[in-house]
Design a protein. Structure first.
Lengths: 117, 114
């Protein structure tokens, strides 16, 4: 498809399990962002990639959170030893290269709704 | 410090009414970008508009219009002749030229009743 694709759409896991969330950005989009959105709130920045380089991971809430984009396209957000407070919607967004026509719009996927029991 | 305020938590109107969603921002940068996104119940954030700080011209796109006023640091969004399909949460966001990160408002939930 032409948009950002995220999978799975829904994920239920038991506390302590590891989870992996996938994001397939729009073709040709160099920049990729991960956000966490709690119910009734705006998205909170987690991390940013430019191609395969993770340029900013300041928003990752703990060392249990890890993201990668090894080939500069698909990205995976991994959460180890999940906790109940990790329950949220995880959004992925991509955009054209930041340095060309600065601050281009970010285009979002449908998100993965993660529930930790 | 940068900040985006959407004071209206929830707005409910009857279909065909006009409705304005407020957005007030704070930034020290002279170059910045403002965005509006729509988030319907399905969850996807849909990009609506991007405006840079040097372009104060108001924009109209169909039933949507945006009023950017630097003097009051506001970037308000108006929907004319609202429709039930406009029901969603609307987010205003700010991006400073010195930083690619988006600073989000808390969102305004818009309910259009038939």
């Amino acid at each position: 498809g032409a948009g950002v694709s995220q999978s799975p759409r829904y994920k239920v896991a038991k506390r302590g399990q590891d989870v992996a969330l996938r994001c397939d950005p729009i073709s040709g989009h160099v920049s990729l962002f991960w956000y966490q959105q709690a119910l009734g709130q705006g998205p909170e920045f987690l991390t940013y990639f430019q191609n395969e380089a993770q340029l900013d991971k300041s928003g990752l809430p703990s060392d249990r959170f890890f993201a990668e984009r090894p080939e500069g396209s698909v990205s995976t957000l991994k959460i180890q030893r999940t906790q109940q407070e990790d329950s949220a919607v995880y959004l992925c967004a991509s955009s054209l290269e930041v340095n060309v026509g600065r601050n281009q719009p970010q285009h979002f996927g449908d998100g993965t709704r993660l529930s930790i029991l | 410090a940068q900040k985006v305020t959407q004071a209206q938590t929830e707005i409910s109107v009857v279909e065909k009414e006009d409705v304005t969603l407020d957005c007030v921002y704070e930034t020290r940068d002279t170059t910045y970008y403002l965005f509006w996104y729509k988030q319907p119940p399905s969850g996807e954030l849909v990009f609506l508009i991007r405006r840079n700080s040097f372009d104060e011209q108001n924009e109209i796109s169909g039933r949507y219009s945006w009023n950017f006023q630097k003097s009051t640091s506001s970037f308000n969004f108006t929907i004319t002749a609202s429709q039930v399909v406009d029901s969603a949460v609307y987010f205003c966001a700010l991006s400073e030229d010195s930083n690619y990160q988006l600073i989000w408002g808390a969102g305004t939930k818009l309910i259009i009743k038939p």
